[in-house]
Write a protein that binds this ligand. Structure first.
Ligand code: ATP
Length: 345
């Protein structure tokens, strides 16, 4: 469905993307994950025909974004990071407008708008002016306009950003509901926001894909050092420690400060190579030990930081910011001396 080969995108002489190669199969939901400035928005804009590549090939459904942009646009639905919504239109007026713009046949517009209003659960606000909607509802309108013409491919740039926890759950369900009918690329800088929704995760760093895999692979490749805290009630440390130490994959077990008060409460910190939560629970419960809490201490986010090189990544981000600031000064100086700053390709 999507083929990207050796894509580069420069803004002036600043490389934002490249080299970047990628394939996405029909029906897949892929998460594009990266820190701020990694190149997510730029990649998605190129895929949505909103920005021309500097070099390389980008094809959507077999059509090239440079040679056949109209064919590509007809197949793509795009939610930009800042959706272009008309504040003084009602939700249905705007969606009908978006449908006509995307060449939905006139007699089908009303029906199609009703369908996307239902899919995105906008029924309660269908007649409301967009300018009066909350951020979460605006995001839903943004997705509704992206799918109103039944595109094969849907590009969602940070659809979850700025949503509250309830809205995040609803948005995940909405993105998941696109599975099957659509191929989806969704970006985020927060792994936990998209990991459950996506079939595959792509980590983008400094304009390049640095890691591809499933959430499960992320655990098995980076799960070394994964830590669990298990709190049990009743047994002595002497009884419970050997049970856990005997499990395959467990590297280290120690008694730490109990996570809650009580003379008979014991918390164990377990370091393991892989995800051993199931095995730990099963072993303790079969030995009649009351497990009252099991918490993963090392979260997905810290794994991704590890993937991105942890502090090194933060350092790279800083130097990138500095480079951007330096470039801005150069551009300003060029403007001041009436020189044209270099245009993006
Ligand atoms: P964020 O999560 O902060 O939105 P991102 O991963 O989407 O970041 P991009 O917006 O694609 O990253 O930016 C990639 C790089 O390109 C950054 O260094 C950014 O400053 C630069 N950049 C993006 N848009 C432009 C532009 N219009 N002109 C010049 N540089 C740009």
């Amino acid at each position: 469905m999507i083929e990207i080969q050796e894509l580069y995108k420069y803004y002036g002489d600043r490389r934002a993307i490249g080299p970047l190669s990628l394939e996405v199969a029909k029906g897949e939901i892929v998460g594009l994950l990266g820190l701020n400035g990694a190149g997510k928005t730029t990649t998605l804009r190129v895929l949505a025909c909103d920005l021309l590549p500097t070099s390389g090939t980008v094809k959507v459904g077999g059509f090239d974004v440079v040679a056949a942009p109209d064919e590509v646009r007809a197949r793509v639905g795009y939610l930009p990071d800042r959706p272009p919504l008309y504040e003084d239109m009602s939700v249905v007026e705007y969606l009908a407008f978006a449908a006509r713009l995307r060449r939905v046949a006139a007699p089908a517009v009303t029906k199609r708008v009703s369908e996307v209003v239902e899919m995105t659960e906008l029924g309660d606000v269908r007649g409301q002016m967009i300018g009066t909607l909350s951020h979460g509802y605006r995001q839903r309108v943004g997705i509704a306009q992206a799918i109103v013409h039944r595109p094969e491919f849907v590009v969602l740039d940070e659809p979850i950003s700025g949503l509250d926890p309830v809205q995040i759950v609803e948005m995940r369900e909405l993105v998941r509901s696109l599975r099957g009918d659509h191929t989806v690329i969704v970006s985020s800088h927060i792994l936990s926001e998209i990991s459950e929704t996506c079939d595959r995760l792509l980590v983008i760093e400094d304009g390049r894909i640095s890691w591809v895999g499933t959430e499960k692979q992320l655990f098995s490749e980076l799960g070394q050092g994964m830590q669990l805290a298990v709190t049990v009630r009743g047994p002595s440390a002497d009884r419970v420690l050997p049970l856990v130490r005997a499990l395959a994959g467990v590297q280290e077990v120690e008694v730490v400060a109990a996570s809650e008060p009580g003379d008979d409460v014991l918390t164990l910190q377990i370091s393991s190579k892989s995800d051993v939560r199931d095995q730990v629970c099963r072993a303790l419960v079969s030995a009649d030990v009351a497990v009252i809490e099991l918490v993963r201490r090392q979260g997905l986010e810290s794994m991704v930081l590890k993937l991105l090189g942890g502090d090194e990544a933060a350092g790279r981000r800083k130097s990138r910011k500095k480079r951007d600031a330096d470039q801005a000064m150069v551009d300003e100086a060029a403007q001041a001396s009436d020189k044209q700053p270099t245009e993006g390709a």
